[in-house]
Design a protein around this ligand. Structure first.
Ligand code: ADP
Ligand code: MG
Length: 353
């Protein structure tokens, strides 16, 4: 039976970056204002996220890795909206089936922290939860990812060879890449630190209060930041959880972010896209936006874009496998079109000014 769980867990947690994504979302959900990530060997050896969020109460510790146990489902109808992009209550459970997971956590006002370790969806008991020193917040430590999934481990660890080193670099780049995406999105509320274990200098360190633009500058450098134009799109009603997918006047949408102007000559193109707080990919939007740039500046470089999009949750479709980062949503053509038209207007206005 454990094997079945392990296979299912491997579908949710496909690589170190997918584990980190889940951990970061949890820290942000917990209201953290500082999140610090430590990675060793591409995240296969160690993936640690420390936050100053709410912490986990002692009484909730036995449930932390129980499948479908979540502290975030308040009402049954939330299920429809919440299930859209995630595997609620599945992330830590899944990680515990394919890695060694432990937590040190302290709620605000508690006398001390608690430490607990998990395996195969359950708190290891003994030793159970143990009191220890700590500060308010949570440190989640994931070690030896895929230690019990030989095929996955082999794919990621090609011996001590050169190829193995390249794979670790790639894994690490993905982990940090994902981390920096969240760092931009969560600014100015959350400050982020990303570091390799043993390195004194962090790869990224931002403070709470730093603007999204500050964070982009810290990550991608002043040349990119200097080329960014703000982009804002608002259509229909303010997207809220109460809005049904077929609400009149839809699709409803609010998007804000920034995009490189036509003056941008760098090579680093990307669409960093968040929909309802989740880091996702959307091929049609990326292609549509790139086509706008190409139409205004043929043979120009690929744009760099950051977009924070809010849609009525019920408008986001689960027509794609939930573990895939690619999402679909109702009224996609119209939404992509609305964003692309605003993008074009923004680029043209900047050109003529
Ligand atoms: P979900 O986020 O869908 O609820 P997870 O498996 O990601 O499921 O997490 C399970 C539960 O563990 C969460 O509902 C939350 O109560 C708790 N939790 C996980 N990480 C943290 C954290 N960093 N701070 C506080 N609570 C956390
Ligand atoms: Mg979660």
């Amino acid at each position: 039976e454990a094997v079945v769980h392990r296979i299912a867990a491997g579908e949710v947690i496909q690589r170190p970056a997918s584990a980190l994504k889940e951990m970061l979302e949890n820290s942000i959900d917990a209201g953290a204002s500082r999140v610090s990530v430590t990675v060793k060997e591409g995240g296969l050896r160690l993936l640690q996220v420390a936050d100053d969020g709410s912490g986990v109460a002692r009484s909730d510790l036995p449930l932390l890795c129980v499948r479908h146990a979540t502290s975030k489902l308040r009402a049954y109808e939330d299920l429809e909206t919440i299930a859209t992009l995630g595997f609620r209550g599945e992330a830590l459970a899944s990680i515990s089936f394919v890695a060694h997971l432990s937590v040190t956590t302290m709620t605000r006002g508690a006398q001390h922290a608690w430490r607990a370790s998990y395996q195969d969806g359950a708190l290891l008991d003994p030793p159970g939860a143990k009191p220890c020193a700590g500060v308010p917040g949570t440190v989640l430590t994931v070690e030896d990812l895929f230690f019990n999934v030989p095929t996955r481990r082999k794919a990621f660890r090609a011996g001590g060879s050169e190829e193995g080193a390249l794979i670790l670099d790639l894994l690490q780049a993905r982990v940090f890449g994902g981390g920096t995406r969240y760092a931009v999105w969560a600014a100015p509320r959350v400050g982020f630190t990303l570091r390799r274990q043993g390195e004194s200098r962090a790869d990224l360190a931002t403070s709470p209060g730093a603007s999204r633009l500050d964070v982009v500058r810290a990550i991608h450098g002043p040349d990119l930041a200097a080329c960014l134009l703000p982009l804002a799109v608002s259509r229909g009603l303010e997207p809220t959880a109460d809005l049904p997918a077929d609400a009149p006047g839809g699709p409803h949408l609010r998007a804000e972010g920034f995009v490189t102007s036509l003056a941008w000559t760098g090579r680093r193109g990307a669409l960093v896209l968040f929909i309802n707080g989740r880091c996702v990919e959307c091929g049609p939007l990326k292609r549509g936006a790139e086509a706008v740039y190409a139409s205004l500046l043929p043979k120009g470089p690929k744009p760099w874009m950051f977009l924070d999009v809010a849609l009525p949750p019920r408008q986001v479709e689960v027509n794609v496998h939930p573990t895939k980062r690619e999402v679909g949503f109702l009224g996609q053509d119209e939404i992509v079109d609305a964003i692309c038209r605003e993008l074009e207007a923004t680029l043209l206005a900047a050109m003529s000014s």
